[in-house]
Every structure is written in C-alpha cells, then in structure tokens.
Design a protein around this ligand. Sequence first.
Ligand code: NDP
Length: 249
Amino acid sequence: MSNKLNGKVALVTGASSGIGEATALALAEEGASVCIVARREDRLQSLAERIRGMGSKVLVIPADLSDQAQAKGAVERTVAELGRLDILVNNAGIMLLGPAAEASLEDWKSMININLMAVLYVTHAALPTFRAQGAGHIVMVSSVSGRFTSPTSNVYSVTKFGVNAFAESLRQEFSAKHKIRVSVIEPGVVATELTDHLTHQATRETYVANTSKWERLESQDIAAAILYAVTQPPRVNVNEILIRPTDQG
Ligand code: NDP
C-alpha cells in the first residue's frame, strides 16, 4: 500500500464482480475508504472482508441502482457514514447484445435503466457533495462501444454513447468552475461475467467464440487505468482512456 488515496472516500457501483470488484480493491489498497454497491450482498460481504483485511474501511450497500431511491440512498449513506465522497466510479452495467429485429424490449429497457439511468441517478445525487467540497472525481466505465458502434451492439451502444455525452457535458459544466474531474474509461473486451447474461444465444456463442481466441483484458487492467486517473494531482483531469486487448484488432 502506498497510501496515495489516504483520507479519500470512493463509491464503486457494480462492485460484486469483474471490473467493479477489482477497482474497489485497487482503491482500498491505496488507502481509500470504499463504499461498495450492487445487488448480490453475499459477494459484497466477501469483498468487504478482503478490504478490511487490507486495513481499509468499507461500507456495503446492497442496492438495485436502476431504482432512483436506492441509487440516491447509496450516495447519501456513503456521505453520512464515511464522512465525504471524493471518487464516484459509475461501473455497474449489463451488455445484452443481439439483432435489433429479434430483441426483447425488456432487455433494451434493462440496459437503459442500469447503464444509463442509474449513472444519472447516482451522479445527480453526488453532485451537491462534490460542489460543497469544491472537489470530486466522477469516473464513468463506458466502453469501446461508447466510441464505435457495430451490428448487435445497438442499445448497448446507445447507453455507452449516452454516458460519454453526459460525461463530456459534466466536464464542461463542473471542471474549471467547481474542480470536479470527469474521466471516461472505455474498455475493449475484458474477461468478466458480463457475457453470462446475454439472452440471445446465437449472439452469445458468436461473441464468446470470437473473443476467446484473444488474450482478453483482465479486470485488474481496467482497475489500474482507473487508479491512474484518480491518483493524478488535482491540476490533471484525465478525460478519456480507451483500452483494448492487444489481440483485439
Ligand atoms: P460484471 O457482470 O462482472 O459486473 C457488472 C456489475 O454490475 C456487477 O457487480 C453487477 O452486480 C452490477 N449490476 C448489474 N445490474 C445492477 C443493478 N441493477 N444494480 C446494481 N448493480 C448492478 O461485468 P463487468 O465487470 O465486465 O462490467 C462492468 C462495466 O464494464 C459495465 O458497465 C460494462 O458495460 C463495462 N464494460 C465491460 C467490458 C467487458 O468486456 N467485460 C467491456 C467494456 C465495458 P449485481 O448483479 O450483484 O447487481
């Protein structure tokens, strides 16, 4: 531990697996107190034990962030119980790819609700604290699909392009005036549970077959990019990091 984040408080959404879990660990390892949020409480509790074992403070909040009240409540509890909020990592998300004509509208709604609406709810709830502190850092875990779209990525891309647009607008509104930094992280393929939830079987099989030929990124690679962004001096606002596996041509 080099304690670059000693005294800082971070909230990580979607911390029960994958990139969020690795990010919570990386921030805690640098001394941050971390609030970890997701729906699967058992997974959060085992992560919390690991974080406590590193000597960092942790707050577990089981919540469905697509519900506005739960999203707002997670931010409010973090500030109330950990004393402040310095870093918000908007990471929770799902990727339900598939051909548009055959898509389930429920899948589309779920992606918009968690990938986009939850980001808006949580960020909106955090802004008053960041403004009062005169500092804060919002990290968006977007995607390569937030920069480039492709067949079957349709609504997933809608959500990630939306996150990128929201982030850029926030940066313009709050960076110079309120010293709130905004960083967008855009991973390519990372080996996580993300594809397990794909409901369109043929798309899932093709995706897995194509990407399993590559050495995919690991969650820790993305956590390292986030850690880089949030440990720069206050004058540095890392706006965007696009990161692909070397094998992803
Ligand atoms: P995982 O499936 O491992 O993690 C997704 C996380 O989101 C889980 O912790 C899950 O927790 C949480 N989550 C999902 N729905 C909700 C909800 N309604 N409320 C609260 N939490 C929720 O996948 P990744 O780690 O890969 O995904 C993290 C982010 O990275 C996503 O935004 C994804 O779009 C992005 N990304 C991933 C890439 C990849 O190739 N893996 C590439 C580019 C971007 P729980 O189910 O317990 O609620």
